[in-house]
Every structure is written in C-alpha cells, then in structure tokens.
Design a protein around this ligand. Structure first.
Ligand SMILES: C[S@@+](CC[C@H](N)C(=O)[O-])C[C@H]1O[C@@H](n2cnc3c(N)ncnc32)[C@H](O)[C@@H]1O
Length: 257
C-alpha cells in the first residue's frame, strides 16, 4: 500500500508535497471503487505550473480535498482527463454558494471532480445538470456523486454533445453554468449560457488562460485563438460583468446582466 499501512487507501504516494504518510489512526476507510486512488492531489496541481510560484501553490492547496475528491481526481488521471484543480474547485464551490445556486449546468462531467465541488456549494435542494459526450466518464462520476453523499435526485446526468443537449434546457432557469470541455466549443457554450442563465447568474469557463498562451501574440493555434476571442467578446459585451481568475488553468467568471 502506498502509505505503508496495510489495507489503507488514503491516496498518499511517496514524494507527495503533503509531507509524508498519515498515521494509521488517521487513515480513512477505503472507498468502494475497483480502481484505487493512487495519485497525490498536490502533485496534480504542481503539474499545472503552480509549484514554481509559492503564492499560487499556497492558493491551490489552501482548501484541501477529501478522499472522495482525491479518488475522483485519481480516476480522472487514469482515464486521461484533467480535472479542475483544488483551487478552481474551491472557487466553483464559492461561486455556487455565493449565488445560493439551486440549478447549475455543467458542460464536461469528467469523473465528477468539479461536480462534487459545485454540489457542495449549492443549496441542499439544488440540482446539477451535467453533460458529457462520454458515457464511461459519467459512469464513474455517478458513483463519485453517490460516494460523496448526494442522492440521485441531486444530479441530472445527460449523455451527449453539449451543442445537442443545451438547446433542450430551459431559458433563464439556471443560476450558474460551468464550461469545462473543448475550447473550440466555447463560443457556442457562451451563447447558450446567455440564454440559460437568469439575470445575476454566473458563467464560468475553465481554461481561460489557454495554457498560459493567452497573452502571447505569437500563439496562433486554433485553441488559443478561440479562447482569446471568447474572453475578448465577453469583456466587450453589454450582457456580462466578467473577471479572469488566475486559479487552476484560469477561470473566466462573468455575471449575466
Ligand atoms: C476536462 S474534462 C472535464 C473534467 C471535469 N469538469 C472535472 O473537473 O472533473 C472534459 C470533459 O468534456 C467532455 N467533452 C468533450 N467535448 C464535449 C462535448 N462537445 N460535449 C460534451 N462533453 C464533452 C469529455 O468527454 C470530458 O469528460
């Protein structure tokens, strides 16, 4: 076992910046998953670049993740997905809580990391509508949501391409829309969010810094250009009050006027 305690699934791995293995008495019970949680959440954040900046590293590790989130993150790694960082997750929870969110749309379920963060900020009767094109990702996320203690009625998990599903959702009925799928779909997702959000609702785009290339005029790849045009269009639109938050991979948050 990674931490050296027989039967422990705490997720600690040698070399993790958290400092060392837990005492046996601190080891939580194993989650009910077939895939073991093996990776270190701090190492995941370090991989996004914050380890080079102590202040950013502090911000990312300020709110720690519990066993369920660490397991969801580990499973994301195993299926090749990049989940939101702990700092970005904490920001999503904050925004959901600040808006007293009851209805949230998420584009890009993944293995449920961001979904759990959002649900933990939403009202106790809130429903997360989460969309992903990959049924296997959602199968894992469904189990994570259950493991996190959310009854089935708290989530509406829809399999499909965002641009096919979003037109079926009701106008002005949502408090928060979180977009965490391919950047090439940003423009269409922003257009959809404008229709879906109530006035005062919040749009959040993950990846708003285009992997750090956003401010580099020489970066002209399709993804960077799309992100650059999207964040510029939101800044210049009368429909949004935006800010770019340098947390995780960059969040653009914008209140719908
Ligand atoms: C970065 S992962 C999401 C991670 C998740 N938000 C989290 O933090 O746990 C992106 C997800 O978007 C999904 N995806 C990609 N393109 C999509 C599309 N056009 N419509 C719906 N989902 C899409 C992928 O299958 C993948 O699960």
């Amino acid at each position: 076992m990674p931490c050296g305690v027989s039967g422990c699934h705490c997720g600690w791995v040698p070399g993790c910046a958290r400092g060392g293995p837990p005492l046996e008495s601190q080891c939580p019970p194993a989650p009910r998953f077939t895939l073991a949680a093996r990776r270190c959440p701090i190492a995941t954040v370090a991989g996004s670049g914050s380890s080079a900046n102590p202040a950013l590293h502090f911000a990312e590790s300020y709110v720690t993740e519990d066993l369920v989130l660490r397991t969801a993150r580990s499973l994301a790694n195993e299926v090749g997905l990049e989940a939101v960082t702990p700092g970005a997750g904490a920001t999503l929870r904050l925004l959901a809580a600040a808006g007293n969110a009851r209805a949230v749309v998420e584009i890009g379920t993944g293995t449920g990391v961001s979904g759990v963060w959002l649900l933990r900020g939403m009202r106790a009767d809130g429903v997360l509508t989460t969309i992903d094109v990959e049924v296997e990702h959602q199968r894992i996320a469904r189990r994570i949501f259950t493991e996190a203690g959310f009854v089935a009625g708290r989530t509406r998990i829809i399999t499909g391409r965002a641009l096919d599903v979003l037109p079926r959702l009701a106008d002005g009925a949502y408090d928060l829309v979180f977009v965490d799928a391919e950047a090439t779909g940003f423009t269409a997702c922003v257009d959809a969010a404008l229709r879906l959000l109530r006035p005062g609702g919040v749009l959040v785009l993950n990846g708003a810094l285009a992997g750090g290339r956003i401010g580099d005029p020489a970066a002209r790849d399709a993804e960077t250009v799309t992100v650059r045009e999207t964040v510029k269009a939101i800044r210049e639109s009368e429909h949004w009050i935006p800010a770019v938050l340098p947390v995780g991979h960059g969040l653009l948050a914008a209140v719908r006027c």
